[in-house]
Write a protein that binds this ligand. Structure first.
Ligand SMILES: [Zn+2]
Ligand SMILES: [Zn+2]
Length: 180
């Protein structure tokens, strides 16, 4: 379990948990496997609600649009979660960096991996490349999904084709229907 140079998998994992919250601990662990994390975690009865708190804290970073505010929140989360980086070679993964102590709980590992991964993503790709879906910015629209922008041009605004289409239809109506 490690961070690639862009922190991509960790920030995508955070968005996946935020956008489709798993019903139990096993489903959270399954999600970590989906993104390539291989380590086992010591089990604790409150892993599920504590991981929810990790995601809720991360969502404050998503909703902080101003880069300085965003950096301040993320710095606080990294300070709480991470240890000094260390080289490790567990599970035949090849040498890589961990940003946390060994033998940590599932939520503690996720807090470290997600905060550092998000910081790497924002500093390498751009501080603006994390947001809520633009379709949901219109009052009454149901979408509150998080968009992690890993596109080449850095202009992704919608979480899905469906949301992009809905926004396009709204723009079209606004242009063509008088009085709107
Ligand atoms: Zn690892
Ligand atoms: Zn959306």
């Amino acid at each position: 379990m490690h961070l690639n140079p862009y922190g991509e998998y960790a920030v995508l994992l955070a968005a996946s948990l935020a956008n489709d919250w798993p019903g139990d601990r096993a489903a959270i662990v399954a999600r970590t496997r989906d993104v390539g994390m291989t380590m086992g975690f010591p089990e604790a009865p409150d892993d599920h609600p504590r991981t929810r708190r990790v995601i809720d804290d991360w969502l404050t970073v998503v909703d902080a649009i101003d880069p300085k505010h965003r950096a301040r929140l993320l710095n606080a989360q990294m300070a709480a979660a991470t240890a000094y980086p260390r080289l490790t070679d567990h599970d035949d993964e090849g040498w890589h960096l961990h940003y946390r102590d060994e033998e940590q709980s599932l939520p503690d590992v996720l807090r470290a991996v997600i905060s550092v991964g998000t910081a790497l993503h924002l500093t390498t790709r751009g501080m603006h490349r994390l947001r809520r879906c633009a379709a949901g910015q219109v009052p009454g629209d149901p979408c509150s999904a998080v968009v992690v922008d890993i596109t080449r041009n850095g202009r992704q605004r919608y979480c899905s084709v469906r949301c992009a289409n809905r926004a396009a239809v709204r723009r079209h109506r606004a242009r063509t229907e008088p009085g709107r």
